[in-house]
Design a protein around this ligand. Structure first.
Ligand SMILES: Nc1ncnc2c1ncn2[C@@H]1O[C@H](COP(=O)(O)OP(=O)(O)O)[C@@H](O)[C@H]1O
Ligand SMILES: [Mg+2]
Length: 227
């Protein structure tokens, strides 16, 4: 199985050398856990270091904000990568007609020969839909057909939601992989963790790993899994 480098330092060691090419991975977490940074870094590093074009489908944030956000981590040439056709943003309104979104994404992926894709977020698109299950299946299915390695960001229900990873309860079964980001903000020490919950075709390292957000973006600290 061919695996790709996510560009998230420390992640490859947890997933048998990389996320399998063409697979769909769900990144879930409550607000502020680092999901958007994960998505941006995945595409930026893909375009910059691994010569893989990437498409960022954003519902929540305007591309202008994402470019600025990236610059904070030293990714200052996002616009140059856009001009070169290696990185593109597709801003869609959550009110856009449902299957128009799938069509738009399909068209753009094909046009720019995207190898990586981020949807930020799946949970903000499907809120407008009546049949969430059907939408999730068809959206994930279309992207798998196109052969892109996709990251679907989704909001987890906030504290009190128990162990539930997603609000829809479906996408964790549909996607090939599930990565959970958590923010433990008890007392004055804030600690972030990343856990691999599922990755088809892969022997994973279980447990919560310490996740750091530094000037260079996300980094998994020495992949010290604790159980
Ligand atoms: N430059 C930075 N340095 C350190 N931490 C940062 C920086 N920028 C953002 N963060 C942290 O990352 C969090 C947001 O990450 P983000 O990926 O936007 O979250 P999500 O998309 O999961 O809501 C912020 O709440 C902040 O704590
Ligand atoms: Mg976000």
């Amino acid at each position: 199985m061919e695996r790709i480098n996510s560009g998230i330092k420390g992640l490859e060691k947890l997933v048998g050398g990389g996320i399998p090419r063409g697979h769909s991975t769900l990144i879930c977490g409550t607000p502020g856990t680092g999901k958007t940074i994960f998505g941006l870094q995945f595409l930026y590093m893909g375009a910059k270091k691994f010569n893989e074009n990437g498409l960022y489908v954003s519902i929540e944030e305007h591309p202008r904000k994402l470019r600025k956000y990236g610059a904070e981590f030293g990714w200052k040439d996002i616009e140059a990568l856009e001009k070169a056709g290696k990185l593109q943003f597709l801003h869609v309104a959550p009110t856009d007609k449902k299957f128009d979104i799938v069509d738009k994404v399909r068209e753009q992926v094909t046009r720019m020969n995207a190898k990586r894709l981020v949807v930020d977020s799946l949970s903000s698109i499907y809120m407008a839909f009546e049949d969430i299950t059907q939408f999730v299946y068809s959206f994930v299915g279309v992207l798998e057909e196109l052969g892109v390695t996709s990251i679907f960001i989704t909001d987890s229900p906030s504290a009190g939601g128990g162990d539930q990873l997603t609000k829809d309860g479906v996408s964790e079964f549909v996607c090939d992989g599930v990565i959970q980001l958590q923010l433990n903000d008890v007392s004055k020490t804030v600690s972030r963790t990343l856990s691999i919950k599922k990755m088809r075709g892969t022997e994973i390292t279980p447990g919560q790993n310490i996740l750091k957000i530094s000037k260079a973006g996300l980094e998994i600290e020495e992949y010290k899994a604790f159980y």
